[in-house]
Design a protein around this ligand. Structure first.
Ligand code: PLP
Length: 359
């Protein structure tokens, strides 16, 4: 039986979108591919009405974000940490031999812009790397306000953003907020199968990358951009089937309208939050609840693993808590092309299970 996915990724993908991948392949050095790829890049720019460079990499989001560290961090990066993904970027920076300072906040609490400002006044950093939507805790950090203080206190510090589980579900501005580089995996709010990732990079960050040594080959943004400018192609063989699906999905998203997509995600989140507050409690701090992932505090002490198994038997997949939050929370992903109707259906089934089991 197919389980409908309410995960923090991968997400449920529409049948018509899945089908586009079954088309016969074309060569990645053909004019046909160049037309497809150029179309995709232009549509990506239209999504955010941006002049930034847009990129599509064949990898999951982590590859591109590691690429940010290699391409845009000369020596030292500041990383506010309030969940597992921000923690992961600290490790990635270390593994790539960069200097890194982790600015720790309690999990489930938002990054405080004033604390970031204080640290930037104390010391100079080449870049700040921040997670917009922290999937492990269902929390959206105040990115606009964080970017504002960086611009004010340390204008030449680049702002690198993990918007993997937020992009197209949680409102985001590029030029408007002064972000330098942002990346997303397509298996989240884009509503596609995993395998490719999207990035936007400012001209200033592209210039800065030229001063940095040992940027590597596969995730080299200058090389990607050169290839695009000269041939409208990628330096290495891309996932062509997923490129078809991305192209198709971008048309659907542009037809829905990005603002409408944000609103739909908010309406889904509101249903999940209302349910969580009635039956349990919300895990993250109020005021920072994510539109794409609701992280519920397991205040009833329910056996989360058993709950998830039972949901699976009835055709639905949700996620347990992440790492140390495994049995303390559970997470409902409501992103991509899911609707309020899907979320209501899931909540109904969850109620049914809780009632039957007497939890
Ligand atoms: C899913 C996720 C990632 C990891 O993305 P992959 O595509 O699995 O590499 C990174 N950051 C956040 C916030 C995520 O939700």
């Amino acid at each position: 039986m197919h389980k409908k996915l309410f995960l923090p990724g991968p997400v449920e993908v529409l049948d018509e979108v899945l089908q586009t991948q079954a088309r016969p392949l074309i060569g990645h050095r053909s004019k046909e591919f160049s037309r497809l790829y150029e179309g995709v890049i232009n549509k990506l720019k239209r999504l955010f009405n941006t002049e930034y460079h847009a990129f599509v990499f064949t990898s999951s989001g982590t590859g591109v974000l590691e690429g940010f560290i290699r391409n845009f961090v000369k020596e030292k990066v500041l990383i506010p940490v309030n969940g597992s993904f921000s923690k992961r970027w600290v490790e990635a920076a270390q593994l790539n031999g960069k200097g890194v300072k982790a600015l720790e906040f309690e999990w489930g609490r938002a990054v405080r812009p004033e604390v970031v400002a204080e640290e930037l006044r104390r010391e100079r950093y080449d870049a700040l790397m921040v997670v917009h939507n922290e999937s492990s805790t269902g929390l959206t950090n105040p990115l606009k306000e964080i970017a504002e203080v960086v611009r004010e206190v340390s204008p030449d510090t680049l702002i690198l953003v993990d918007a993997v589980s937020g992009m197209l579900g949680v409102p985001l501005e590029l030029e408007g907020w002064g972000i330098d580089a942002v990346a997303a995996s397509v298996q989240k709010a884009f509503g596609l199968p995993p395998g490719i990732s999207v990035a936007y990079v400012s001209e200033r960050a592209m210039e800065r990358s030229k001063e940095i040594e040992n940027r590597g080959m596969y995730f080299n943004f200058e090389r990607m951009l050169d290839y695009y400018n000269k041939k409208k192609q990628t330096p290495f063989t891309p996932n062509i089937s997923l490129m078809y699906a991305l192209d198709y999905q971008l048309d659907r998203i542009l037809a829905e309208g990005v603002e409408n997509r944000y609103e739909r995600h908010l309406r889904m989140a509101e249903l999940a939050r209302k349910w969580a507050l009635e039956k349990f409690d919300m895990f993250p701090e109020e005021g920072y609840w994510s539109r794409t992932i609701t992280c519920v505090a397991n205040t009833r002490g329910m056996p989360v693993a058993e709950f998830i198994e039972e949901l699976g038997r009835r055709g639905y997949a949700i996620a347990n808590g992440y790492g140390p939050l495994k049995e303390k929370t559970f997470r409902i992903g409501h992103m991509g092309d899911l609707t309020e109707r899907d979320v209501s259906e899931l909540l109904g089934v969850m109620d049914e299970i809780i009632r039957e089991k007497g939890w």
